[in-house]
Design a protein around this ligand. Structure first.
Ligand code: SAM
Length: 222
């Protein structure tokens, strides 16, 4: 039986370090955690979800794929009700507002003990702004294509001394790993800003667009 794992979740798994104890918050079906245990990458996995249905589905899938005994299942709003003995927190498939509320409710995560792997589905610039303003450093961000869509996956470290992101960098951070998908992402972000400026000329969009074009325009518009 083959585990149905999307390229998006595979990209999250690729940032997990061998031997990590992983907490997958918003686990839903549990596919990410199952893959991490099956492949021998993770030492242990906490599967957490705010809803009973998804958590039960994670339990059922874990049993089906023979890894249930190596997982801990927690009904939890964010990291509120999970054990704290993990290394890497994964949050995937959620919007920025949910991720920000999960991180804001857990000041204990602000420690070099923890690493975050975040795959944000919407309002990604506002998540980057929040992280940067609150002591988190975006160590790297990878862009991938899954079907018709471009996604990014961030590796985030607690590093309050790191310089803050500028406005333009919250739309396209300097630590995005160069790739053809990253170029497509740049163009997509820039197009979104151009449309926003055309419809609602607003100082912030205009300033972000000008910054992006100045820094990356020459590189990506050959
Ligand atoms: C769209 S699914 C994503 C599932 C999986 N992580 C993925 O990327 O394919 C979002 C999941 O997050 C859960 N969720 C939403 N808000 C949450 C919160 N505050 N704490 C924990 N889980 C949450 C939902 O119940 C749902 O199962």
């Amino acid at each position: 039986m083959k585990l149905p794992l999307s390229d998006r979740l595979l990209a999250c798994c690729a940032l997990v370090a061998p031997g990590d104890r992983v907490a997958d918050v918003g686990c839903d079906h549990g596919h990410l955690g199952i893959h991490l245990l099956q492949s021998g990458v993770a030492r242990s996995v906490i599967e957490a979800d705010i809803n009973r249905g998804p958590l039960q589905s994670a339990r059922n899938n874990a049993a089906k794929f023979g890894v249930k005994e190596r997982m801990t299942f927690c009904l939890s709003d964010g990291v509120r009700s999970i054990p704290r003995d993990f290394d890497t927190l994964v949050c995937a498939g959620m919007g920025a507002d949910t991720m920000i509320s999960i991180l804001s409710a857990a000041p204990w995560l602000r420690s070099s003990r923890y690493r975050l792997i975040l795959q944000c589905q919407s309002k990604t610039p506002s998540l980057r702004r929040y992280l940067s303003d609150n002591g988190w450093y975006l160590r790297q961000e990878r862009v991938l294509r899954d079907g018709r869509f471009l996604y990014t996956v961030m590796e985030v470290l607690w590093q309050p001394e790191a310089p803050s992101l500028t406005l333009g960098q919250t739309y396209y951070p300097p630590t995005i790993c160069p790739s053809p998908e990253a170029e497509s992402y740049y163009r997509w972000v820039r197009e979104g800003l151009r449309i926003a400026v055309a419809h609602r000329p607003d100082g912030e969009n205009q300033a972000a667009l000008a910054e992006l074009e100045e820094w990356y325009g020459k590189e990506y518009d050959q």
